[in-house]
Write a protein that binds this ligand. Structure first.
Ligand SMILES: CC(C)(COP(=O)(O)OP(=O)(O)OC[C@H]1O[C@@H](n2cnc3c(N)ncnc32)[C@H](O)[C@@H]1OP(=O)(O)O)[C@@H](O)C(=O)NCCC(=O)NCCS
Length: 171
């Protein structure tokens, strides 16, 4: 059975491990220097950083469970501006990550539909995100879910720039 729950302080450790593991699984291969990867993981997915995020009212985290196991999550930033996105009432889908073992279940669609509904319920009318140009599966997924390529930005990991696409969608 699939459930999606909003993360609270009680989910801090679960979310930190899920966030770290999914990022390493899906993006670790792109980072040439493994020390850079470790630095990025340690900085961004510590329990203190995740707890700060959960406590920030502008950030919304949702965890997806399969038979009560946490297998993926999404992170939404409310009112995150981007020069390529015209709407004032927008949000950034900063992260949507499923553990590798559970990717065959195709949970992405349920999770993205869920966060889009949440965003609409907050009166937001646009959602944007960035995706690494080599992440073909995610690019295909966003295109299928009607996101439009509106620009390009650099995503910096330990001082190195990685070319990312900006996708946006009217809600
Ligand atoms: C991105 C993600 C949330 C999408 O969820 P999902 O449930 O896997 O998505 P779907 O299966 O509906 O769609 C993926 C599509 O990419 C296709 N695909 C899979 N591998 C691919 C590849 N290497 N190249 C191109 N397309 C690929 C799939 O066939 C599918 O398209 P189809 O439905 O037309 O066959 C999920 O794959 C994930 O968590 N990936 C790892 C983390 C990640 O990269 N997150 C995004 C960061 S921006």
């Amino acid at each position: 059975m699939i459930k999606i729950k909003k993360a609270t302080k009680a989910h801090t450790e679960t979310l930190a491990l899920l966030a770290r593991t999914t990022w390493a699984e899906s993006h670790g291969q792109y980072i040439d220097d493994k020390n850079d990867l470790l630095t990025y993981l340690n900085k961004n997915f510590s329990t203190s950083r995740i707890e700060q995020g959960i406590n920030n009212p502008k950030l919304l985290f949702y965890i997806v469970y399969v038979n009560d196991l946490p297998v993926g999550y999404a992170k939404l930033i409310v009112n995150a501006t981007n020069k390529y996105v015209k709407s004032q009432y927008n949000c950034q889908l900063e992260r949507i990550f499923i553990l590798n073992d559970f990717i065959p279940l195709k949970l992405g669609k349920q999770l993205i539909d869920f966060v889009e509904e949440k965003a609409k319920s907050l009166q937001l009318d646009a959602m944007w995100l960035t995706v690494y140009i080599k992440n073909n599966r995610a690019i295909r997924f966003y295109e299928k879910n009607e996101f439009i390529h509106v620009g390009n930005v650099n995503f910096v990991v330990s001082g190195k720039a990685y070319d990312n696409i900006v996708f946006s969608k009217r809600l």
